[in-house]
Design a protein around this ligand. Structure first.
Ligand code: NAP
Length: 534
């Protein structure tokens, strides 16, 4: 069986960074990637409109000054094809491809206590072994189709947005359905609206969507960005979300009304997540503050959508602004003003079944040429559940987390699964962080840990149950601070399409990136407290 010191599962943003660090430090590493090529999220999500919601220059890797100076971002919020080109450029520049194997979907990983190794089995049966097993499998990579009758009956083309065909989909003049109104659908719908003959948006719950305000980056602007990279990353390292936007420390109601509304307008006119993450801090913590800001946004929706009935349907009434991931939009609301675009409210007329030729609601049959499922993911734990990890004593990770919830120590390890390091695991800092920044925190920390283990001649690491319980308590406390704890979304581990995912699960870390980094750094500085090394 082919053996490597380290196996990394996944060649997306995380796996590429991890391989770079391990190669730099002389580790014999193999990356196994399910896809035909590298890129992960940016390889699979090829739907029209797919782009960063992070400022491009704050998302890219910071680990090579040469790379930073060589790469030019062309848009403030870069589109998927450019993002994929970027990751390929990085892999080629640092000669990472020879260490990657594509079309290599990991099916199972089994711990061998006797020789302290993992056996990793691919779909198809091929096996590898390694001392250290690192997961870079993403937090939004397990796509989920809706639990709706008759999905398989439809005779026309249909796909989940994550599996958008590489050759594209011809939607010009077609009758197209989009199910879902999350961040993905909100990027996609205006693009389809531009070309489709008829577009039907099937909406269950609307979201509070805010303008992205994307724009091109001129060569002068890019030169300025390049000169300021240290400053930009320094700024990101100080903010809770790892973005360039930090919260406004003022209490909303201490600011006079006129000034407050001028600030709201300024936020609405600002690019990116400033409106969410640069808002008054109490908007996400205090119900009254949240209500006032949500009412401001509701008026914006009313002003942008011509039909008042449609406008009301697009205003969320079950959660306030920022309680779920805020979709960022370009012409999303205006798309509903096109005569060819129809909003189907699933609360009024639920889907009965998908048919051979379309979708039947309780109201009528809608004839369709193409159906797009923008129905999201089995967030954070889904990618873990799709691999059978078998740890000490034959226990599987899926069973452990099914019973106890997705518990971990610092989001990087879980008791009973030695030598398994989760780079973007549940309860880690990555889920709620500008992903490029969160990933580097995880990858740099794991690299230092592996160097430490090598220097000390250790061949086994496992966290204690006590450490895991303490981290879980802390993760819960951080949820308690925020209003989002009461909202159903992947942030709180809900998924209506999966049996048993209807109660809160503590899958992300809400304490902010600086606090998370402090905790993992303290752990390392204390000789990896909470872990048993041998
Ligand atoms: P999502 O936010 O989970 O949205 C899924 C949508 O599908 C929701 O509107 C949901 O309705 C609907 N849905 C699910 N099951 C349904 C059913 N059975 N019947 C009808 N409707 C159903 O998924 P997503 O939009 O793919 O986004 C997931 C995450 O990916 C985002 O939160 C974000 O973190 C990330 N993302 C990032 C970017 C970026 O950074 N550029 C872009 C896109 C996505 P309910 O709301 O009622 O559940």
């Amino acid at each position: 069986m082919e053996h490597h010191e380290v196996i990394v599962i996944g060649a997306g943003l995380t796996g590429i960074a991890q391989l770079y660090k391990l190669k730099e430090n002389g580790f014999d590493t193999l990356v196994l990637e399910a896809g035909e090529d590298l890129g992960g999220t940016w390889y699979f999500n090829r739907y029209p409109g797919c782009r960063f919601d992070s400022e491009s220059y704050s998302y890219g890797y910071s680990f090579s000054k040469e790379l930073l100076q060589e790469w030019d971002w062309t848009e403030h919020f870069s589109p998927q094809p450019e993002n994929l080109r970027y990751l390929n450029y990085v892999a080629d520049k640092f000669d990472l491809r020879p260490h990657m194997r594509f079309d290599s979907k990991v099916q199972a990983a089994t711990w061998n206590e006797e020789d302290r190794t993992w056996t990793v089995r691919l779909v198809g049966g091929e096996e590898f072994s390694c001392r250290w097993l690192l997961t870079a499998i993403g937090i939004l990579s397990a796509a989920v189709l809706p639990r709706v009758q008759g999905l398989e009956r439809f005779q026309g083309p249909s796909c989940h947005t994550y599996n958008w065909p590489k050759e594209g989909l011809d939607l010009a003049g077609k009758r197209v359905a989009v199910l879902g109104t999350g961040a993905t659908a909100v990027q996609l719908i205006p693009k389809i609206g531009e070309v489709a003959g008829e577009l039907y948006v099937f909406q269950r719950r609307p979201n509070w969507c805010t303008p992205l305000h994307n724009g091109l980056i001129s060569s002068e602007e890019m030169a300025d960005i390049k000169a300021r990279y240290d400053e930009i990353f320094e700024q990101c390292s100080k903010t809770a979300g790892g973005f360039i936007h930090g919260t406004d420390p003022r209490k909303m109601f201490e600011v006079p009304e006129e000034e407050r509304y001028a600030f709201f307008e300024d936020l609405y006119a600002s690019p990116g997540f400033r409106i969410w993450l640069g808002n008054f801090r109490d908007v996400l913590m205090d119900e009254k503050a949240n209500e006032e800001f949500s009412a401001f946004l509701a008026d914006k929706i009313r002003a942008r959508v011509s039909d008042p009935v449609v406008a009301e349907k697009l205003i969320p009434n079950d959660h306030g602004f920022g309680m779920r991931r805020v979709p960022q939009e370009t012409n999303y609301y205006e798309t509903y003003n096109l005569p060819s675009v129809h909003l189907v409210d699933l609360n009024e007329t639920p889907i009965e079944t998908v048919t051979e030729t379309g979708i039947r609601t309780t109201d009528r049959d809608i004839e369709l040429d193409v159906i797009i499922y923008a129905t999201g993911f089995d967030g954070v734990t889904g990618a873990f559940d799709r691999i059978t990890f078998t740890g000490v004593g034959g226990q599987t990770l899926k069973d452990k987390w099914e019973e106890a919830g997705p518990v971990s120590h610092l989001g990087v390890a879980t008791e009973g699964f030695p030598n398994l390091l989760m780079l973007t695991g549940p309860q880690s800092g990555s889920g709620n962080t500008n992903f490029g920044r969160g990933v580097e925190d995880a990858v740099f920390w794991a690299s230092d840990l592996l160097i430490y283990l090598r220097e000390h001649g250790h061949t086994r690491i496992e966290n204690t149950v006590e450490a895991e319980q303490a981290w879980n308590d802390h993760v819960r406390d951080m949820y308690d601070m925020l209003l989002l704890r009461n909202t159903k979304s992947w942030f709180t581990g809900y998924n209506s399409n999966i049996e048993g995912r209807d109660t809160i699960r503590y899958v992300t870390y809400n304490g902010g990136a600086p606090r998370y980094r402090k905790r993992i750094d303290e752990c390392a500085a204390n000789g990896y407290s909470g872990f048993v090394l041998s």
